[in-house]
Design a protein around this ligand. Structure first.
Ligand SMILES: C[S@@+](CC[C@H](N)C(=O)[O-])C[C@H]1O[C@@H](n2cnc3c(N)ncnc32)[C@H](O)[C@@H]1O
Length: 284
């Protein structure tokens, strides 16, 4: 029996690309602080190397620091894609964008981006190309509003063609967007899903909300907001998913006094007798 693509991805191991990592380190150092992404992007890189996700979704590309690091991990893994969505709403002012990316001037290996001439999608595309991660990163220049009814089908959103392994929610960390993201993503998730919510853990509302939500989900309680909008088949699916999963919440805080200094990690995996994603087990 031939191996599935998922099995193949698990079988090959590649060393980190030192040249690419040096360039990415320059990028992280120089523009990572704009969104506080310097170290969370490293953590996401490491997790992507270890768990070998095939299908990663990022809501909010920003300046592409986290997306590039995850894409580099997938490239080194030899498989996988990150789909990163941004409507460019933070970056409509070209002068503001030019100022934010000016530190990239003179970075050897980045091909001297003409920072003053780039609009937002032009910048993301130039970065992706210079970093050599285009084969594993797709940028969607789109607005996403999960609070209203969305056509969340693979015909509209190509990342839904495969189960989603990892989601980085970085456009909002308040209760309703978190609930709405889970509502739309859970039915399309791989058995083991990691949801990261930027800045939620050091927002009093985000922290307390996630603590309550995860505790309730672990008791099999399905959020009322989900049940109100779901059709009968989706309601059944959500009840079934919540009943068969274990939800683990970890607050990843950063001991720095700045606005974006935390990421909440909600790990959703089968309530099983072994860990997920499946890995070679030693039974003694
Ligand atoms: C905090 S930044 C993302 C940072 C990035 N994930 C990182 O770690 O480097 C948030 C981004 O979300 C985008 N954004 C905000 N609301 C959005 C929406 N409704 N749909 C799509 N993008 C949105 C903004 O343009 C901004 O670039």
């Amino acid at each position: 029996m031939s191996a599935t693509p998922r099995q193949k991805a698990q079988e090959s191991s590649h060393p980190a690309d030192a040249t690419a990592m040096a360039l990415l380190t320059e990028v992280r150092n120089r523009i990572g602080p704009v969104y506080g992404s310097e170290t969370i992007s490293l953590l996401l890189y490491a997790l992507a190397r270890r768990e070998r996700p095939r299908n990663v979704l990022e809501l909010g590309t920003g300046l592409g620091v986290s997306a590039s690091m995850i894409a580099q991990a997938l490239k080194e893994n030899g498989a996988g894609r990150i789909w990163t969505i941004d409507d460019g709403s933070h970056w409509q002012d070209r002068a503001k964008l030019a100022q934010a990316i000016a530190p990239l001037r003179g970075v050897a290996g980045l091909g001297s981006p003409d920072v003053g001439a780039l609009d937002y999608p032009g910048f993301v595309s130039a970065m992706t190309k210079s970093l050599g991660v285009g084969g594993h990163l797709t940028f969607l220049h789109e607005r996403l509003d999960l609070g209203v009814d969305v056509d969340f089908t693979s015909a509209r959103w190509p990342f839904l063609a495969e189960p989603i392994d990892m989601v980085f929610l970085d456009i909002n960390h308040t209760p309703e967007p978190i609930l709405d993201t889970l509502y739309y993503v859970l039915p399309h998730a791989a058995p083991c899903l990691s949801l990261f919510v930027d800045s939620a853990s050091t927002s009093a509302v985000g922290y307390l909300f996630l603590e309550t939500l995860v505790e309730r989900l672990n008791r099999g309680k399905v959020p009322w907001r989900w049940m109100q909008r779901a059709d009968v088949a989706t309601r059944r699916l959500l009840v079934d998913l919540v009943a068969t999963r274990r939800f683990t919440l970890v607050h990843l805080v950063e001991r720095l006094n700045r606005a974006q200094n935390s990421t909440a990690w909600v790990r959703i995996e089968p309530a099983d007798h072994m860990p997920h994603p499946p890995a070679a087990m030693k039974w003694v």
